[in-house]
Design a protein around this ligand. Structure first.
Ligand SMILES: C[S@@+](CC[C@H](N)C(=O)[O-])C[C@H]1O[C@@H](n2cnc3c(N)ncnc32)[C@H](O)[C@@H]1O
Length: 365
C-alpha cells in the first residue's frame, strides 16, 4: 500500500487541510453544489442497504468531512431515510473522518449550534470523529453500512513530486504527470481496499470525486494559472524565495472517468466492491451565476480569492521556509491575495470554474 507520505504526518502539517477557523465552511459553495448533485444517489444507497438484525448501531461514515458545513444536508437526508427503515429507537452513528490537522473544532461547534445541524430534532443520533487518513483503515471490519465522500478523494496521500513552473498537477507534463497518475492509481486502490474491509455485506458507498474529463481538463485550470502567475510575480519582486516557490504544490490529482473506473474494469469487483453507477458531471459555477445576477465584480473577485484561500492556500503556503515569522507569512498571504484578486478582476471569465466531478455508487457484495 502507498500512503507512507502521510503516515506519521505531524498534526501541524497543513498539506491537504482546508483553511481553519471555520473559514472553509464559509467559502465552499462550489463544493456544496458538487455534493447536491449526488443526493439522489445517496437516497438510492440508503434504500438498498440491508438493515442489520444484530442490534448494532447503523454506522454512517463521512470520509473527508472538513468542517462539516457541506455534510449537514447529506447527513440529514441519510438519517431521515435510515430512520424510515430502522424505526425511531435504533441508534445511528455518524462518523466524520478527516486528516489529523483538520479543524474538527469547527465541525463539532457547527453540529451543536447550527440551525441546519442534522442533530436538530434527531434522537438517537451519535456524531463522532476519526482523525485518520482515508488511505488507512479507519473502522473495525464489516462495521460501516453507509459511506459518503464528497470532493475529497482527489487529495492524494502526498504529492509525488514538485511540478516545474506550476502548482497544479493537470499542468504537469512528462514524468511528473506520470508520477502523479501512478500515485493517484495506488491511492484510489488503497482507498477502495480499506473501504471494502470496513463495509458490511450489502453496504453502499457514495463518492463524489474531483475529476477531469477524458482530455484531462479539471474545469479550474484557468484559476490555477492565475494563482500560479501571482506566486511567480511574488518571486520576481523578491517577496517569495524561488526555493519556496519550487516546493509549492497542491497535492491533488483529478482522475478521468476511466481512471476512476479502472479498478472495477471488466465487471471484476475490488475486494468485493461493485461499481453500480458512475457518471461525469460538469458543474455550473455558483460564484459566476451570482455575478451574472448582481454584476458585482468586487463580490465576484472576493469570492474567488476566498474560495482559493479556503481550499488550497494551506497546502501552497506550507512550503514557506519554517524559519519565516508569522508576520512574514501573513504579509506574503496578503500580497498573494492582492495579486490573485487583480488577475481575477482583469479577466473574470477566465477564472470561472466548471469543475468536473465523477459520482459513484459502490456496493459491497
Ligand atoms: C475540498 S474538502 C471537501 C470537504 C467536504 N467533504 C465538502 O464536501 O465540502 C477536502 C477534504 O478532504 C480532506 N482530506 C485530504 N486528504 C485526506 C486524506 N488522506 N484522508 C482523509 N481526508 C482527507 C481534507 O482535509 C478536506 O477536509
Amino acid at each position: 500500500m502507498s500512503g507512507e507520505g502521510e503516515i506519521g504526518r505531524a498534526s501541524g502539517d497543513l498539506r491537504g487541510v482546508m483553511r481553519r477557523g471555520g473559514f472553509y465552511n464559509l467559502h465552499s459553495a462550489p463544493q456544496h453544489d458538487a455534493a447536491s448533485a449526488a443526493l439522489s444517489l445517496l437516497s438510492q444507497a440508503v434504500a438498498a442497504v440491508p438493515i442489520a438484525t444484530d442490534g448494532a448501531p447503523f454506522v454512517v461514515a463521512d470520509y473527508g468531512a472538513a468542517q462539516g458545513g457541506n455534510s449537514l444536508t447529506p447527513m440529514r437526508l441519510a438519517i431521515r431515510a435510515i430512520r424510515s427503515r430502522v424505526g425511531e429507537e435504533a441508534p445511528i452513528t455518524v462518523v466524520h473522518t478527516d486528516i489529523p490537522g483538520d479543524d474538527f473544532t469547527a465541525l463539532f461547534t457547527l453540529l451543536e449550534t447550527s440551525p441546519d445541524s442534522y442533530l436538530r430534532d434527531a434522537a438517537n443520533v451519535f456524531p463522532l470523529a476519526a482523525g485518520r487518513s482515508f488511505y488507512r483503515r479507519i473502522f473495525p471490519p464489516a462495521s460501516v453500512s453507509l459511506g459518503w465522500s464528497a470532493i475529497a478523494v482527489h487529495w492524494l496521500s502526498a504529492a509525488p513530486a514538485a511540478i516545474e513552473g506550476h502548482i497544479w498537477s493537470p499542468r504537469a507534463g512528462g514524468e511528473t504527470l506520470a508520477a502523479f497518475a501512478r500515485r493517484s492509481a495506488q491511492d484510489w486502490r488503497d482507498f477502495l481496499a480499506h473501504r471494502a474491509a470496513e463495509m458490511r455485506a450489502g453496504a453502499r458507498l457514495v463518492v463524489i470525486g474531483g475529476a477531469a474529463d477524458e482530455s484531462g481538463d479539471s474545469g479550474a485550470d484557468g484559476l490555477m494559472d492565475m494563482a500560479n502567475a501571482a506566486l511567480q510575480a511574488l518571486v520576481a519582486e523578491g517577496a517569495l524565495r524561488a526555493s519556496e516557490y519550487r516546493e509549492m504544490v497542491i497535492p491533488t490529482y483529478n482522475r478521468t472517468p476511466a481512471e476512476f473506473a479502472a479498478p472495477f474494469a471488466g465487471g471484476r469487483g475490488v475486494d468485493g466492491l461493485r461499481l453500480e453507477h458512475g457518471g461525469l458531471q460538469i458543474l455550473d459555477d455558483p460564484i459566476w451565476a451570482q455575478y451574472r445576477r448582481t454584476n458585482d465584480l468586487g463580490a465576484f473577485v472576493a469570492a474567488y480569492v476566498e474560495f482559493f484561500e479556503a481550499a488550497f492556500a494551506p497546502s501552497v503556503f506550507s512550503a514557506l521556509d519554517p524559519g519565516r515569522t508569522e508576520t512574514e507569512r501573513q504579509r506574503i498571504g496578503r500580497q498573494f491575495a492582492h495579486k490573485l484578486a487583480a488577475a481575477v478582476a482583469a479577466d473574470p471569465a477566465a477564472a470561472v470554474c466548471r469543475w468536473r466531478t465523477f459520482t459513484m455508487l459502490i456496493a459491497k457484495e
